[in-house]
Design a protein around this ligand. Structure first.
Ligand SMILES: NC(=O)C1=CN([C@@H]2O[C@H](COP(=O)(O)OP(=O)(O)OC[C@H]3O[C@@H](n4cnc5c(N)ncnc54)[C@H](OP(=O)(O)O)[C@@H]3O)[C@@H](O)[C@H]2O)C=CC1
Ligand SMILES: O=C(CO)COP(=O)(O)O
Length: 341
């Protein structure tokens, strides 16, 4: 069985470590706090991130990155997007042979507008990087850790590497598909967090299912609009990493982005919301990145635009919804192929 290094002992890193451990792999889980590492090794729990879940004994945690990645066949990166470059800088110093990097994080970097696979390729030289594979889909850590049925997709420009990663993770509770469209898979996973903030905001305001269905549907339209413009296959957005992840994140109480939006809709300030959450809310930075990218590329993203104003320009939540409802009238269905030119 393989040795797999999982970097990031938060909710998702720990849930993926459980999947890998259930598949019989030796899992080394990197966390940055001694108390957490000791709790995982001695009590087989990670109470802050997955309360009440018993971890398999073949997950060993460490604060030492060198020990974690030593002789690992595969490295799974699951830290927040904001920490990616810093963590990759440390990883680079520990590698001396090419390795496959799987990433399972969902975000776009403000300023550079890079996807995570692009950040990995920038930070790791080809001498230590075999392939990059992205793992994404509708998959809340809380349910995966309880072995509830979950489906995800893995994507890479190297389909052999994607299939190897499919084999690494797949089991009876965790079904893994492949898709060669890295751009679409990464953008779908990152951009749905913006719409989930909006769905939470709408629920927090007391609006109902009609409003949420509208946000999901029109949200998908603008995700696909930007995504196809950036080179994605439009069909990817009707798959697990598109509509699938959008549905789960906009409708689940597990979603950090939905919960953050919900608190904003109830009138809380952004800084208090983030403090209260104690876990990463990727949609906030991704809203900034997607807003700026959509301006640069001249792609219309009205939901992203009003959320940007709520998060960064003090627009009220109700005003944001009113603005969306009062936009000038338009067609629903677009000719996606014409957007590519
Ligand atoms: N939670 C989920 O269900 C899913 C999450 N994701 C994605 O996975 C990624 C991680 O999310 P999630 O696990 O939920 O996040 P959490 O907030 O649960 O955990 C974040 C983890 O990253 C660590 N971390 C934060 N900053 C740094 C840093 N600078 N260097 C090293 N480690 C750091 C934290 O350490 P510490 O505890 O010490 O602060 C913690 O272990 C995100 O991109 C998210 O979108 C994708 C699918 C599902
Ligand atoms: O990506 C996710 C589920 O697929 C997790 O979403 P949240 O970060 O909003 O919890």
């Amino acid at each position: 069985m393989d040795k797999v290094a999982v970097l990031g002992a938060g909710s998702w890193g720990t849930a993926l470590a459980i999947v890998l451990a259930d598949n019989g792999h030796h899992v080394s889980l990197w966390g940055r706090r001694e108390d957490q590492v000791s709790e995982i090794n001695n009590h087989h729990t990670n109470e802050k991130y997955l309360p009440g879940v018993e971890l398999p004994e073949n997950i060993q945690a460490t604060t030492q990155l060198s020990e974690c990645v030593k002789e690992a066949d595969t490295i799974v990166l699951v830290t927040p997007t904001k920490a990616m470059r810093e963590v990759l800088g440390q990883v680079k110093n520990e590698l001396n042979a090419p390795v496959t990097i799987v990433h399972a994080s969902k975000g776009i970097e403000p300023g550079t507008y890079k996807r995570i696979s692009e950040i990995i390729e920038e930070e790791l030289p080809a001498s230590v990087l075999d392939s990059v594979v992205v793992l994404s889909g509708p998959s809340h850590a809380e349910e995966v850790s309880l072995r509830q049925p979950t489906t995800v997709t893995v994507s890479s420009v190297n389909m052999e590497a994607a299939e190897n990663v499919q084999d690494l993770f797949i089991n009876q509770n965790f079904r893994v598909y492949t898709n060669p469209d890295v751009v679409g898979v990464e953008l779908g996973g990152a951009l749905k967090n913006i719409i989930a903030l909006g769905a939470g905001l709408s629920d927090g305001l007391g609006y109902g299912d009609n409003a949420k269905a509208a946000l999901i549907t029109r949200g998908l339209a603008e995700i696909a609009r930007l995504g196809t413009h950036m080179g994605a296959n439009p069909l990817t957005f009707s798959g697990l990493t598109g509509i699938g992840d959008l549905i789960v994140t906009c409708t689940s109480v597990h979603s950090r982005n939905w919960r953050a939006g919900n608190m904003l809709g109830k009138g809380m300030k952004l800084e208090d919301v983030l403090e209260n959450m104690g876990m990463v809310v990727e949609g906030v930075r991704t809203t900034q990145a997607a807003y700026e990218l959509s301006k640069r590329e001249e792609v219309e993203m009205p939901i992203t635009q009003v959320l940007y104003d709520v998060l960064f320009n003090g627009k009220g939540a109700k005003q944001a919804v009113d603005d969306l409802m009062q936009r000038s009238r338009t067609h629903e269905v677009e000719d996606v192929s014409s957007l590519k030119s």
